[in-house]
Design a protein around this ligand. Structure first.
Ligand code: GLN
Length: 185
C-alpha cells in the first residue's frame, strides 16, 4: 500500500511520522506530476486551508485531486484537510467539496482554539484529540455520518472512503484513526 500525503503546506511531516510508525509506504505530493505516481489513499493535513486552496489552484492540482476523490480515492483530512473536503465552508468558498458536511473555520475563537480532550470516536472508543485553531462541523447530511461529538459539536465524520477530523490525531501517540483509515482502503 502506498499513501500520498499532500505536502504543500502545514503539518504533513507529522502524518508521515505516523505512517512510518505503522510501517506504511508514503510519499509527498507537492506538484501536479506527483499525481502521476500510484497511490491508494491520500492524506490532507492540518495547516491553513485558504493557503492550501490557493496553492492547489495555482499548481493546477485542485481539479485532478477532486476528481479522484469523487471517483472513490480514500482520503483522510485533518483540521484544514477537513475544511478542504466540505461542501460548505462558512464565510469562505469550498475547495474539493466532496463531502456532505458544512463547516465553520476557526470555530472556537482565538483563545479557545487550541485544547486537548478525549472522546469516543466511532467504533474506536475513546481517542485523544488535539485541537488547534480548529473548525467544527455545523451540519452532517446526505451520505455523511457523524463519528465524534465534543461538547455538542461534531468533530469527526465519514462518507464512503472519506474520513475527516477537526482535531489532529497525528499530533498524539494514538495511531487508531490512521489505522482506521488504512483499514478502509
Ligand atoms: N484554522 C485553520 C484553517 O482554517 C485550520 C487549523 C489547523 O489545520 N490546525 O485552515
Amino acid at each position: 500500500m502506498e499513501i500520498g500525503v499532500l505536502a504543500l503546506q502545514g503539518a504533513f511531516a507529522e502524518h508521515e511520522k505516523m505512517l512510518d510508525k505503522l510501517s506504511v509506504n508514503h510519499f509527498e505530493i507537492r506538484s501536479k506530476k506527483d499525481l502521476d505516481r500510484h497511490f491508494d489513499g491520500l492524506i490532507l493535513p492540518g495547516g491553513e486551508s485558504t493557503v492550501m486552496k490557493r496553492l492547489l489552484l495555482d499548481l493546477e492540482m485542485l481539479a485532478p485531486i477532486r476528481d479522484r476523490i469523487a471517483s472513490g480515492l480514500p482520503v483522510f483530512g485533518t483540521c484544514a484537510g477537513l475544511i478542504l473536503l466540505a461542501k460548505e465552508v462558512e464565510q469562505d468558498g469550498h475547495c474539493f467539496a466532496t463531502m456532505d458536511i458544512s463547516v465553520k473555520r476557526n470555530a472556537y475563537g482565538r483563545q479557545l482554539g487550541s485544547f486537548n480532550t478525549e472522546e469516543i470516536c466511532g467504533d474506536l472508543g475513546r481517542v485523544p484529540m488535539t485541537f488547534i485553531r480548529a473548525p467544527y462541523i455545523t451540519e452532517v447530511y446526505g451520505k455523511a455520518e457523524t463519528l465524534a461529538i465534543v461538547d455538542g459539536r461534531i468533530v469527526a465524520a465519514r462518507q464512503g472512503k472519506q474520513l475527516v477530523t477537526a482535531f489532529h490525531p497525528e499530533l498524539t501517540e494514538d495511531t487508531g484513526l490512521h489505522r482506521y483509515f488504512l483499514d478502509s482502503i
